[in-house]
Each structure stands twice: as structure tokens, then as C-alpha cells.
Write a protein that binds this ligand. Structure first.
Ligand code: C2E
Ligand code: MG
Ligand code: MG
Length: 719
């Protein structure tokens, strides 16, 4: 524009030229361009800064008058220079000016003017010049108008390109009449989002695209916008796709308005948040489910149980029952077959339990081999029925890694007494009942009673103090002599563990061995017993060389047998204490040896290879499996259980069993040890039946190691 002004001023022979443009919004005429003949660079800079500040109101000065009237005007003579009008108060000696409108058809878009200030001569009005200026103004006006129109078109084009290529889903929808809320256009991203073609979408009501449950909210979002209550609305909603999946989107709705502010279209933009929602959903699922079996976890189970209890408020006849299921001997299976096999069994267990439940019941895995079942609205008898079905379902052997594994479960049942029950307490009660079922030999169920809870609490207390006992060295060993029935000479000792409880005094193994076995505490406990017994026995041998071939017997629990590294522990202990293998006897309770399900033979074979003796403890209790004993050629001794020894003189049945046990042991070339011999008559009877060794109060009670020395001295003095 400045160039055009320069050409104009030069050609017409004026000193300066100005172009003013109308600022419609501000209601002002703004100086848009300035030219001055022979202006220095400094002067040009000054003009340029001042230009930006120059404005005129309608009617102000010559250009303001032209703007108002639209008519070209001429001015000549001194005096104007001093006024702020027209142009420049700092232009001394200005004599003349001519202005014409820059017009775009009807309106005045600006003013074009020339001026002279260096001449002292008057410059009379020149109509031809004014005509020329007006024509030029009209040309410039045309040009401005065309540019504006092109701009507008360009914007439309720009919008269309942006709409079509937008990475977010976009739709235009109608704002009134039949088309109100209906799609007019949809872009490619929206079609992808919904997996539908544009043709399918056009004409549809926007809110009908969303999920049934989100439709009301969706419709409200459109309505509040179109009714003018809000200028934008944002909604998160689900959208069923044509391919059956459900997409999640955040939808922004706004209105596109014309220059007068009237709504033209509604614009909906959809941000696809499906991935995020799915990830969130997955996280939520993970937080509430067991990853191995896919069953609900403890959190979800307690939540469902809590809701079931709330429902009992409305309907007192509905009494949920909780079952606590714990697999029997799972630890042994897991340890011997490996965790992968264990996992397979747990998954299969979950399936079997689910299979026998009724619709509406919930099974959850709390962790390890513990499952819970919620029987909603069950009477206690129903729950017992379900428990029996679960026991039956788990009795079928599991096939893992090509072999059959036999498992069973102990189930505790606790029925809700009413809405005052808490979910946690109900589960705790079922847990207590489960322990009762387990204590009864497993493979069955028990229904909760308050007495069970008391004993469970006692158990918990015992467990934590037993844990401390092992760590604090509160355990000690007593030794009970084993005697030859032929000579009455001591041939060895059985080490029996005792617990010197800081408050309760001496606690006997009957009170804590089973618990130690269940909790796994037996492993560190048993290790200590083995090492301590071997150390002590070696000490005797060193002090009393004449008693050199004394045997020391140590009890091994089933859990210790299943623990890997047992043979290593035994040989390390022998080496560390200097005990000869043949002087150590390991007692294993009969039920373990007889249990065909337990692959106990493997660790036993390893122990035999070391050279230690193996004795079968408590023999006779599992008499039905006598046949199996014949398959165990490695047995060195059989310990006849006290319950048969008790009746050996008085009960013919017991005498027969003892006799059979002795002859069987002899057939296996194993020695027999009678346990719990309390009278001389029993000792005589056993000797007559051919039993070699005996142990019992008749000979000596279990005693601390320190008393053994005194016993030796007495025996030597006496013998
Ligand atoms: P057990 O191995 O059969 O040990 C024999 C039990 O009978 C001992 O009970 C012993 O004191 C008792 N006894 C011996 N002679 C007589 C008698 O003439 N009359 C009566 N009434 N009882 C007699 P204790 O010491 O209470 O041990 C009980 C059980 O605890 C043991 O039975 C054994 O199974 C287990 N046990 C003891 N110490 C250990 C240990 O260090 N490790 C493991 N795993 N188990 C142990
Ligand atoms: Mg024993
Ligand atoms: Mg015994």
C-alpha cells in the first residue's frame, strides 16, 4: 500500500499521501499507510511509529468527513496544520489536501488522500484530481472486497479439510426443525470409531449412537446445548460398534454460529478413550481376581458377601452361608511334584468346585490352596449338601504330568445369623470350622460353633509363641532309654522334644508337633532336634567309650520327609558331629510309610543309602496296610504302638496283633521295639513273644541329657 501511495504522490506531484482504513468494530478510521516525498530514513521510521497511533472519529478532519459522507473533498489554505485534524500537527506549512473514499460498493472501507505542506502557493480545488482519487479508491475497495471474500472461502475450505482429516471423530448435526440433533456429516475418524459407514450415520439422531444405558445422558448433552443453556457440553459415553465391540469416547459438543450469532450447526468431537478404558477395566479385573484361576479374590469375595448380608435386612429368610475350603496335603503334592503341577491342580480344583455350585453362588480363591464359597440364600442344610458335592468332586484323582494324584479337602461352613454379621467374621468362623474338619482327618466338612472359634484363637496364639520358641531356644530334648529285653541293658535312646514355655512351663510334643507340622515350623524345629540329638549322643560316647555303640533315635515328621535336602541335612549332621550312620535311627510314623499316595519311598531310599537305620513308629495303628509293609524291604525296626502293648497281657486281640507284628518284622529281618512298657508283666509277655527291645516307664522315663550321665554310672555300678 505504501508503494501505491508513493506512485500516486509522485505522479500527481504532491508532498505526501495517506491511506486510512475503517475499523468497524472500534468505530474509527485508522491510518493504514503513509508516504512522504524525500523523507530521510529517520523520518520514515518516525512516520511509521506515529502512523500506528493515528485514528480519526467519524467526521473528524478531512478524512473523517469523507468517511462520513462518502464524497471526495478538497481543502486549501493555512491553519489546518495547527489542528489535530486530518493528519499531522507537526507538519508545518501544510497548504492543501485532497481525499476520496475507498469504497466497496455500498460502504466506505477507507479514505485515500494526498497532501502538500512545503508549498506556500495556494492550490485551487481540482475536480479531475478528485475524480481520479475516487476512481482509485473504488479500485482499492474492489480489491479489498475480493480479498475478504477469498479469505472467507479459504476459511470454509480450511474447515472442511480439517474436518475430513481430523484424527478425532467429528460430526456436524442439525440445530433445529426435523434435523435437530441429527447427523449431517461425519468424518472418517468417526466412521472408524463406530465401525460404520458415513451413509449409515447420516440422518441418525446423535444420541441413538450411544449405548442404551448412556442414551439419556447423551440426549441431555445435545438438548442443553441446543436450548442455549450451555455453550459446550462434554460427555463420556459408550458406543456399540458395528463389529460388536464397545468403544468409549469423550464427546465435546459445541455450536458453529454465523456472523450474527445464530447457530448454524452443532459440532460433535469424539475423543476415542477405548484403550484407556479397557486398560482400566483390566486393572480393575486384576485387582479383584486371582490371576491363576480367574476366580474372584478375597476383596471381591468379601464385597459380595457384604452385599449378601445387606440383602438379609430386607428378607430375613435369606441367610447366606460361607464355606472355607482347604485342600488336604496340598503342600506335600506341591513340594514333591513342583509348583507347575501344583498350579494345574489348583486350576482344576477351581473348575470342579464351580461345576458343582448352583447359579448365583460365588467361589473365590483366597490364596494358596484356600478357596471360599458363598452360598446365597442357603439354609445351612443346603450348604452341607454343597460341601458334600465339593468333597465328592475333589475325591476323583487329578491327572498331573501323567500320574494320578489323590487329594481331598477339608471344608468349614459358617451360616450367617443375620444382617449384624460382618463378612470378615463369617469367613473367620468358616475358617475355624475348616480346622475342625481338618483335625478330624480331613476329607470332610464341619459346621462352625463358638467352641471352635475359641480353639482356633488358642491355636493362633500357640503358633506365634511356637515360632518364637524355635528362635529363642526354648526347646530342649529329653532322652528315653531303649532296653534289650534279653539283658535289660540300655542299647540306645529316643530323643523327644520338649518346650520350656516361659509361662506355661514344660509343654509336651502332643500339644505342638501337629501345629508345627501344619505351619511348616517343623522344618527348622526338626533340624534343630536332629543336630542337638546327634551332638549329645556323641558327647556320651566320647565320655563313656565303653558305651560306644549306643543308638540315638530321632523322630521325623511327614513334612520333613517331603522337604527337599533331607538326606543332605542328615549326612551333614553326621559329619559335623562325628556320629556313625549306623548309630542314628530315624523314626517315621506308620501312616506316612503306608500312604500309597505319598511317594515317601524316594527320600527313604536316599536315607538308606547314607546308612542310617529306619524305624516304623506307632506300628499297628494303620494295620490294614500290613500288606504294604512287605513292599518295604528297607525297614530296620518296627515300633509296636503303646495301645497294643497296653493290652498284651490282658486282651487276646492285642496280643495277637503284637505277635503278628513281631513275626512280620522278623520276616523282614527287622527288629521290634515295644513302646510304652509300664509293667514287668508286659515286659515278660513281650520277651516271650520274641520282641527284642522295649521302651517305657517300667525301664525309664524320658529325661534331660544331664541325667543320662548319672544313669550310666548307676547302670555300671549295678550291671
Ligand atoms: P513317639 O515317637 O511314639 O514317642 C513315644 C512317646 O510315648 C513319648 O511321648 C514318650 O514320652 C511316651 N512314652 C514312653 N514310654 C511311655 C510309657 O511307659 N507310658 C506312657 N504313657 N507314655 C510313654 P512324648 O515325648 O510326649 O512324644 C509324643 C510324640 O511326639 C512322639 O511319639 C512323637 O511322635 C512326637 N515327637 C516327640 N519329639 C519329636 C520330635 O523331635 N520330632 C517329631 N517330629 N516328633 C516328635
Ligand atoms: Mg518315636
Ligand atoms: Mg510311637
Amino acid at each position: 500500500m505504501a508503494k501505491l501511495l508513493g506512485a500516486l504522490g509522485q505522479t500527481l506531484g504532491w508532498d505526501g499521501a495517506r491511506a486510512w482504513l475503517v475499523d468497524r468494530e472500534a468505530g474509527l478510521l485508522r491510518c493504514g499507510a503513509v508516504w512522504e516525498r524525500a523523507a530521510s530514513a529517520e523520518r520514515l521510521r518516525e512516520l511509521e511509529t506515529r502512523r500506528a497511533q493515528r485514528t480519526l472519529t467519524p467526521g473528524e478532519g478531512l478524512p473523517g468527513g469523507v468517511w462520513e459522507t462518502g464524497q471526495a473533498a478538497w481543502e486549501d489554505g493555512p491553519g489546518r496544520a495547527a489542528s489535530a485534524s486530518g493528519a499531522d500537527a507537526t507538519e508545518p506549512g501544510r497548504q492543501a489536501a485532497a481525499c476520496a473514499a475507498i469504497s466497496t460498493g455500498e460502504e466506505v472501507a477507507g479514505v485515500l488522500g494526498v497532501l502538500e505542506f512545503h508549498s506556500r502557493e495556494a492550490r485551487p480545488r481540482d475536480d479531475r484530481l478528485l475524480e481520479l482519487l475516487s476512481a482509485l479508491g473504488a479500485q482499492i475497495g474492489n480489491f479489498i472486497e475480493r480479498t475478504r471474500a477469498e479469505d472467507a472461502l479459504g476459511r470454509v475450505e480450511l474447515f472442511r479439510t480439517a474436518f475430513e482429516n481430523a484424527p478425532v471423530g467429528m460430526a456436524l448435526f442439525g440445530t433445529s426443525g426435523d434435523g435437530r440433533g441429527r447427523l449431517l456429516q461425519a468424518n472418517a475418524a468417526l466412521c472408524d470409531f463406530l465401525a460404520r459407514s458415513e451413509e449409515e450415520l447420516i440422518g441418525q439422531e446423535l444420541h441413538r449412537l450411544s449405548h442404551v444405558e448412556d442414551r439419556d445422558a447423551d440426549l441431555a448433552a445435545t438438548t442443553t446445548l441446543l436450548d442455549g443453556h450451555v455453550s459446550t457440553s462434554v460427555l463420556e459415553a459408550r458406543y456399540p460398534r458395528a463389529d460388536g465391540r464397545v468403544a468409549w469416547g469423550i464427546v465435546h459438543r459445541t455450536l458453529l454460529r454465523d456472523e450474527g450469532g445464530h447457530p448454524l450447526y452443532g459440532v460433535a468431537q469424539v475423543q476415542d478413550i477405548t484403550e484407556r478404558k479397557e486398560a482400566e477395566g483390566q486393572l480393575a479385573h486384576q485387582a479383584l481376581h486371582d490371576p491363576l484361576t480367574g476366580l474372584p479374590n478375597r476383596v471381591l469375595f468379601l464385597d459380595r458377601l457384604g452385599h449378601a448380608l445387606i440383602r438379609t435386612r430386607r428378607d430375613a429368610a435369606v441367610r447366606p452361608a460361607v464355606m472355607f475350603i482347604d485342600l488336604d496335603r496340598f503342600k506335600v503334592v506341591n513340594d514333591s511334584l513342583g509348583h507347575k503341577a501344583g498350579d494345574e491342580i489348583l486350576v482344576e480344583t477351581a473348575k470342579r468346585i464351580e461345576f458343582v455350585l448352583r447359579p448365583g453362588d460365588t467361589v473365590a480363591r483366597l490364596g494358596g490352596d484356600e478357596f471360599t464359597v458363598l452360598c446365597e440364600g442357603a439354609a445351612q442344610v443346603d450348604a452341607i449338601g454343597v460341601a458334600q458335592r465339593i468333597v465328592d468332586a475333589l475325591a476323583v484323582p487329578f491327572t498331573v504330568q501323567g500320574r494320578d494324584v489323590f487329594l481331598s479337602a477339608s471344608i468349614g461352613i459358617a451360616a450367617s445369623g443375620g444382617p449384624q454379621d460382618s463378612a470378615e467374621l463369617l469367613v473367620r468362623d468358616a475358617d475355624a470350622a475348616m480346622y475342625r474338619a481338618k483335625g478330624g482327618g480331613g476329607n470332610g466338612h464341619a459346621v462352625f460353633s463358638q467352641a471352635m472359634l475359641d480353639s482356633t484363637l488358642k491355636r493362633l496364639e500357640l503358633e506365634s509363641s511356637l515360632r518364637r520358641a524355635v528362635e529363642r531356644g526354648e526347646l530342649c530334648l529329653f532322652y528315653q532309654p531303649q532296653v534289650s529285653l534279653a539283658t535289660n541293658a540300655i542299647v540306645g535312646f529316643e530323643a523327644l522334644v520338649r518346650w520350656r514355655h516361659p509361662e506355661r512351663g514344660m509343654v509336651f510334643p502332643g500339644e505342638f508337633i501337629a501345629l508345627a507340622e501344619e505351619t511348616g515350623l517343623i522344618v527348622p524345629l526338626g533340624r534343630w532336634v536332629l543336630q542337638e540329638a546327634c551332638r549329645e549322643a556323641q558327647r556320651w560316647r566320647e565320655h563313656r567309650p565303653s558305651w560306644g555303640s549306643l543308638k540315638i533315635s530321632v523322630n521325623l515328621s511327614p513334612r520333613q520327609l517331603a522337604e527337599p535336602g533331607l538326606a543332605e541335612l542328615v549326612s551333614d549332621t553326621l559329619a559335623a558331629t562325628g556320629t556313625r550312620p549306623e548309630d542314628l535311627w530315624l523314626e517315621i510314623t506308620e501312616s506316612v510309610v503306608m500312604d500309597e499316595r505319598m511317594s515317601g519311598a524316594e527320600p527313604l531310599t536316599e536315607l538308606k543309602a547314607i546308612g542310617v537305620g529306619i524305624a516304623i513308629d506307632d506300628f499297628g495303628i494303620g494295620f490294614s496296610s500290613l500288606r504294604r509293609l512287605k513292599e518295604l524291604p528297607w525297614v530296620d525296626a518296627v515300633k509296636l504302638d503303646k495301645s497294643f502293648v497296653d493290652g498284651v497281657c490282658t486282651t487276646s486281640g492285642d496280643r495277637a496283633i503284637v505277635a503278628a507284628g513281631i513275626s512280620l518284622a522278623h520276616a523282614l529281618e527287622a527288629a521290634t521295639v515295644a513302646e510304652g512298657v509300664e509293667t514287668a508283666a508286659q515286659a515278660t509277655a513281650l520277651r516271650e513273644l520274641g520282641c527284642e527291645l522295649a521302651q517305657g516307664y517300667f525301664f525309664a522315663r524320658p529325661m534331660p541329657g544331664a541325667e543320662i550321665d548319672a544313669l550310666f554310672s548307676r547302670a555300671r555300678a549295678g550291671g
